[in-house]
Design a protein around this ligand. Structure first.
Ligand code: URA
Length: 260
């Protein structure tokens, strides 16, 4: 139960004071009855509140979360094979949120989750070219020629992948550790790109997406995005440049200069 003027303010109709004026002016109805007195309690889930005859809907609370997904979880809401789903890891969040795109069962790392369907659409739409960075541990050594092949694009199902940023960042017991940045989202793309050059991916972790980094969120845990991070994401698909885009462009230009 909630005071009528508080409900109207929460819904963004007017300030609390402004809502009181609307009530006094007889412009507010509760279940079809005009209410003029202050302090009337309403049931926000069942009562129908209207201002000037227009139904008022509560503003949906948007939740934006960055999860560090462990291996062994599917990025679906339910699984017909009974496997763990990422929904189990965010069960304590009172609002139902959904994964933004996919990460394989055997991939770990950064997974965004939200109930903002519009933002999900914009982050996952191929036209927005959202960059995703992975650390891949693969079998074997990587020659310069293989690196160039991966960077220029390899053929998956007869279609060439877009240019990727690929750097060797270390060695492992069984092979090579690389960082790879792509902006496409083909099924198992990174694994298949390495397969196409004769390497098996032993471990795959997403460390960055859409300008956000995994940081120190422990495996299996999540944190809410900051307001600044959400605002940055909301620029995707608009003409406004996000700070990540601006810094990528500057960084890209600096690199080009270095190469000259
Ligand atoms: N590429 C893959 O191969 N797997 C993922 O989970 C993400 C990208």
């Amino acid at each position: 139960m909630l005071r009528l003027q508080k409900f109207l303010a929460q819904c963004g109709v007017a300030s609390r004071r402004g809502a009181e004026s609307l009530i006094q002016e007889g412009r507010v109805t509760v279940n079809g009855e005009t209410v003029r007195q202050m302090g009337v309690q309403i049931d926000e889930n069942n009562d129908r509140i209207a201002v000037d005859g227009v139904l008022v809907e509560p503003e949906k609370k948007m939740v934006y979360v960055l999860l560090n997904k462990p291996v062994g979880y599917v990025t679906t809401v339910s699984d017909d094979k009974g496997r763990n789903t990422v929904m189990d890891l965010v069960a304590e969040i009172p609002v139902r949120i959904y994964p933004v795109g996919r990460l394989d069962y055997d991939t770990e790392g950064l997974l965004l989750m939200t109930n903002d369907g519009d933002l999900t659409y914009r982050i996952t739409h191929p036209k927005n070219n959202i960059e995703k960075t992975y650390v891949a541990e693969v079998t074997g050594n990587i020659s310069m020629n293989t690196l160039l092949q991966l960077r220029n694009g390899v053929y998956l199902d007869g279609v060439k992948t877009s240019p990727a940023k690929v750097e060797v960042i270390g060695a492992t017991r069984y092979g090579t550790k690389l960082e790879i940045t792509i902006h496409e989202g083909k099924n198992r793309q990174v694994r298949r790109m390495f397969e196409s050059v004769g390497c098996i991916v032993k471990r795959l972790k997403r460390t960055r997406e859409a300008g956000l980094t995994l940081g120190h969120v422990p495996l299996g845990h999540w944190r809410k995005l900051t307001e600044a991070e959400v605002n940055m994401l909301k620029k995707i698909g608009t003409n406004k440049k996000s700070s990540a885009q601006v810094s990528r462009e500057r960084f890209g230009r600096a690199n080009q200069k270095k190469r000259k």
